[in-house]
Design a protein around this ligand. Structure first.
Ligand SMILES: [Zn+2]
Ligand SMILES: [Zn+2]
Length: 260
């Protein structure tokens, strides 16, 4: 399915330069499957610190999750950190994920947190790698929806073994909460010149994850529609080339048959 994540290009080349100043975003042409209208689209690059691709990811996630988090009645923002690391290692990302899952499984929180969405943020501001979780949670709307920071801090310290640093606050609306946890994707991550390490270690890591009542959901996708006819099925240029080639081959076969 072609989604409108494939944003149309508006003659905007200003932002298509990567860190080396060389554009690394391939463009392809799609043709409307109904009326043939061509549309040029830009593909994402493989650099996870690329400002342009991150901005696209941000808007895709915001649009895709908004309807899913909107029904939250008592949205809260929970931040959980672990101690800074000198080296970035996949196992530390696994570790914080595991701690958070254990945290959610505790009876106390199971009763109070229905579900939500979390983002793992990884930054390096010159004092090692900081890994933390920003979660938008739906807390129970009853009395027990109150989540005391001191208790969370104690439990998080027990789970991580070294980190009591947590924050819990009300998200005024689910939308504001969603924007807050996604803001990491809006800009390139601060990594102190260590883009290569960031890309290498995070390869294939998913940094956004739904849980509880939102578990199993994916961000909703909206299809790319033809501006001329409203159709939403597309033919990619190399598919078209292949079809034309096949057609030419068939024509030759036909000629050969005729000659015989
Ligand atoms: Zn069309
Ligand atoms: Zn890019």
């Amino acid at each position: 399915m072609i989604t409108d994540e494939f944003k149309l290009i508006n003659n905007d080349n200003s932002s298509s330069l990567d860190n080396t100043g060389i554009s690394s975003h391939r463009t392809i042409t799609l043709y409307c499957g109904q009326c043939g209208e061509p549309v040029m689209v830009k593909l994402k690059c493989s650099d996870r610190t690329c400002p342009e691709c991150r901005r696209r990811t941000y808007f895709k996630l915001l649009k895709g999750w908004l309807e899913l988090v909107k029904p939250m009645v008592n949205p809260k923002l929970l931040t959980l950190t672990i101690k800074n690391k000198s080296y970035l290692d996949k196992k530390d990302i696994k570790f914080i994920r595991k701690c958070f899952n254990k945290f959610l499984r505790k009876k106390y929180y199971k009763r109070r947190i229905k579900g939500g969405l979390y983002v793992i943020e990884i930054t390096n501001k010159g004092r090692g790698w900081n890994i933390h979780i920003h979660a938008l949670i739906e807390a129970s709307s009853k009395k027990e929806g109150y989540l005391p920071q001191q208790k969370i801090s104690r439990d998080w310290l027990e789970l991580t073994g070294d980190s009591p640093i947590v924050d819990i606050r009300k998200a005024h609306t689910p939308k504001k909460g969603l924007k807050y946890i996604l803001k990491y994707f809006f800009k390139p991550p601060k990594v102190n010149g260590k883009e290569e390490v960031y890309n290498r270690v995070l390869k294939k890591s998913r940094l956004i994850q739904p849980f509880g009542s939102l578990y199993g959901n994916k961000p909703l996708k909206s299809k790319l529609k033809c501006e001329k006819c409203g159709n939403d099925s597309w033919i990619i240029e190399f598919e078209l080339e292949k079809e034309l080639k096949d057609f030419r081959l068939n024509k030759n076969d036909y000629k050969n048959i005729n000659l015989n």
